[in-house]
Design a binder for this molecule. Sequence first.
Ligand code: HSE
Length: 320
Amino acid sequence: MSKQTKLNIGLFGFGVVGESLWQVLQNNTSLNAQISKVCIKHPEKERNAPKELFTANPYEVLSDDSINVLVELIDDANAAYDIVSSALKSGKAVVSANKKMIAEHLPELLALQKEFDAPFLYEAACCASIPVIRNLEEYYDNDLLRSISGIVNGSTNYILTKIAEEGLDFTQALKQAQEKGFAESNPTLDIEGTDALNKLTILLVHAYGVVSHPSELTYTGIHHLEEHDAQYAREKGYEIKLVAHAHKLDNGKIAAFVFPQFLQKDNSLFHVKNEYNGMIIESGLADKQFFNGKGAGGFPTASAVISDLSALRYNYRYEY
Ligand code: HSE
């Protein structure tokens, strides 16, 4: 693709992120991109977009040669894998936000990218609006990474903040996270830590070149915590945060895990509230850096998708 190439997009999924992307592209003329088909389960439902845009038949998108980019924003990781691999095999560029699918299939997908010379980008899969994958991949490429430590799940951070600051109970806080479009359709993925685990699996690839399956890493979520744990921590000057962490050991191996942690004020992650994510990167040359931004929600996630769409036009590829 060149800078002049028009991006003719086939979109899978029209949930919070898909609809936000649609809205942004309606108003963004500088990107030279348009969504020409949207594949969803129930095309007959009334939505804020023209009816003729929607189809329930994936092949209407996959076999349309005029569509040169497929954006995959659905929930089901297995279906997503079939769609994405089929699109890459037909030479379409793919942008995806599907953390679970990517964490479970990244080596196969990058092999397809290479074999079919079709770019596969997924900045939206980790920390939404924080460009963490691209930073790890490019900025730190020749710097010795000591550790990455981050809040990578917006829903659990939102829940913990609301419990500690406003005294909400767990169920009320989760309901709000769902209503605001932060939580997964199946929120146990957030609560039990698997969403954070999937993101950590992807980050390990770009931080350390370590390819693992999420099932190989240790994790726990926030489901064992009681409301009074968060409030008690706060009274004592701590915040409980769900932290995804990885660091290089002296023997060169990488330790990686997701756990709730008690953090003190001097830790930048202490100050990350609500659906925000944060990432501390420690490296040999740059020392310690901190990234902070919205980690869930329609427009923050769409912003990462847009940035990938833009990167397609200068043929950007992730490699590891
Ligand atoms: N459910 C996810 C979260 C959405 O809360 O972080 C963004 O990946």
